[in-house]
Design a protein around this ligand. Structure first.
Ligand code: C2E
Ligand code: MG
Ligand code: MG
Ligand code: MG
Length: 276
């Protein structure tokens, strides 16, 4: 404790804490000064059908290669972008860019790959979110039925249920699908599964990688059965190993996403994926 260490009343300021705060401030400064978005790019990770081994579609994941900070961890800068509200213009850019890229892939190949995009609560509750999204879909000629918005249970922690649910229902009317991401982490409540207008459940990596624990395994099995009874598709996240894939096949999980098939890749690299 601070007392035990002697006179300093400020000993609770760990140097590592200062570093973390400094880094956050740096990220914030640079995020604010990069409104032209030219340092951002998107990588795509395939979602593969467990049964057929074919690609259902791709999740868009944002990357930031800063002139001054280098590659910044996505989770880290997204959190700063949310706190500052900068996530709204960035998120709009992500949807537009990803729709135009996967849209061009679909027309070139005559395919119907889905596109999954992560959307934060700040975006969902920003005014006119769904009408703006509708406009972007029109401008990029992207089929709304191929777009899947990924939200997490966090949308309900700090925000009024009613407002978010209303926006999600507007999205459904446009034809856009909604997936619940990172299911099983955080403050999961089964009531969300019942209340939310979702079509897809993404089971968090923790349930996939801890297969040696029989309880985790039982939970994974139960989650998949429950999701199917609720007419939801199930995607397993973070699948890295052959044994994990084999188990998920046995459990009748619909789709698999993870390094086992592919890391997230640049748009240009999609064409050289050997599972395409
Ligand atoms: P997420 O949506 O749950 O995305 C899955 C994360 O797991 C990604 O991390 C992905 O690169 C990583 N991953 C995929 N397969 C594997 C695997 O087999 N093993 C392991 N260990 N990891 C795997 P990433 O790209 O760093 O993104 C982190 C989070 O940042 C995302 O989690 C998402 O919540 C958020 N995010 C990413 N892009 C966006 C965006 O455009 N907008 C918003 N609002 N959030 C985003
Ligand atoms: Mg710049
Ligand atoms: Mg996601
Ligand atoms: Mg996830």
């Amino acid at each position: 404790s601070a007392k035990a260490q002697g006179k300093s009343a400020f000993a609770f300021y760990e140097p590592s804490m200062n570093l973390a705060i400094e880094k956050r401030l740096k990220i914030e400064q640079h995020l604010r000064s990069t409104p032209e978005l030219d340092e951002f790019y998107i990588v795509f990770q395939p979602q593969v059908s467990t049964k057929s081994g074919t690609i259902r579609g791709f999740e868009a994941l944002l990357r930031w290669n800063s002139d001054t900070l280098g590659n910044v961890d996505t989770g880290e800068f997204i959190s700063v972008a949310e706190d500052t509200g900068i996530i709204v213009p960035i998120g709009e850019w992500v949807i537009r860019e990803a729709c135009s890229q996967i849209g061009s892939l679909n027309s070139a190949r005559n395919t119907s790959y889905t596109l999954a995009v992560n959307v934060s609560p700040i975006q969902l509750k920003s005014p006119g979110y769904s009408s703006n999204l509708k406009k972007i879909l029109e401008e990029t000629s992207f089929d709304p039925k191929l777009l899947e918005i990924e939200i997490t249970e966090n949308v309900f922690i700090h925000h009024k249920d009613g407002m978010i649910t209303e926006t999600l229902e507007e999205l459904l009317r446009i034809g856009v699908r909604v997936a619940l991401d990172d299911f099983g982490t955080g403050y999961s409540s089964l009531s969300y599964l019942n209340k939310l207008p979702i079509q897809t459940l993404k089971v968090d990596k923790n349930f996939i990688s801890n297969q040696r624990d029989p309880r985790t395994r039982s939970m994974l099995e139960s989650i998949i059965i429950m999701a199917h009874k609720l007419q939801l598709s199930v995607i397993a996240e973070g699948v890295e190993k052959k044994e994990e894939l084999a188990l998920l096949k046995r459990l009748d999980c619909d789709f698999i996403q993870g390094y086992y098939f592919s890391k997230p890749v640049l748009f240009e690299e999609i064409f050289s994926l050997d599972i395409l």
